[in-house]
Design a protein around this ligand. Sequence first.
Ligand code: UT7
Length: 329
Amino acid sequence: MNYHAKFSAFGSHAPKKIVNNFDLEKVVETNDEWIRTRTGMFERHYAADDEAASDLAIHAATRAIESSDIKYKDIDLIICATVTGDNPFPSTACTLQKRLGLKGFPAFDVSAGCAGFVYAVETARQFVENGNRQNVLVVGVDVLTKITNWTDRNTCVLFGDGAGATIISRATSSDISRIIDVVIDADGSQGDLLYQAAGGSRMPASHESVDKHLHTVYMEGNKIYKNAIKSMYASSEEVLRRNHLSTTDVDWVIPHQANLRIIEGLADKMKFPMSKVIVNIEKYGNTSSATIPLAMDEAIRAKKIRRGDIILLTSFGAGLAWGSVLARY
Ligand code: UT7
């Protein structure tokens, strides 16, 4: 490693429209009590018909850049974590580069479902630590409501739309902030527990695929639930252990927001008090790769997370893919 990488700043954005549990009672056979007790969710933000991933991402990115001490022209790589980009191609990172009025450096997307942000952070970290890049714009953005099956109550109540961004920069010798270590992992053998069947080369769009809702999220919630706690615990435990730290050294855990019971189960297994776990699931639902940077941004702006705090980010999603980031903010 030639250099250290650090989180310079965060920004986030959620679309205007807010849908609560009572609104969803009018869409499928569900109720506020079930959703609250089973998931911890109450409201979510939905993108408008004409809003796509880059429309959310640009606001989050702008807020992150303007909260940092770098200028737009200092960005030298964009990595966008998404499974609901504006188009199958070009990448949403390239679209974002154009919309920011930037060029002359690479931009690409990372696909790791809800773990996308953690994967993108790890990718950015490698570029910065080896000296190849100095200021990477990393965005987690998803618009899952565009691939939601509104007749499936098992999934449609869970998702919201949002974007979160960070700048990962080279740390100077006087910086206390740095990304300490990252563990990412995957188990492709369980990919069929959470996937989108149609729209790729396996099953291109057809009248039949649309009629059967095959362009939407399919999830076996129960099996995913069990894997989520196990995997996030494993990567969190590993990243702490190999850096000779324990949970008592960590000031804040910022977990993927898929289900409050998963978050509580993870905290319990890690023996980490819930008072030090950042939770905003009641306001946003599951925004996939946006949950962690959205929660980070809110907690920083609320002055909960401060410079120098030890933070542990952990996420899990389709792939299956998961990982944990250990950092001094
Ligand atoms: O972000 C990527 C990773 N995703 C996750 O981590 C999500 C993981 N999974 C979960 O969070 C949970 O499994 C769910 C919230 C999706 C479901 O909770 P659960 O406690 O696992 O419920 P279940 O699937 O076992 O269903 C229990 C009951 C069923 O009824 P029966 O068969 O017992 O009569 C469902 O039909 O709840 C019923 N149910 C609902 N009832 C009212 C399922 N969805 C709903 C609903 N409203 N929206």
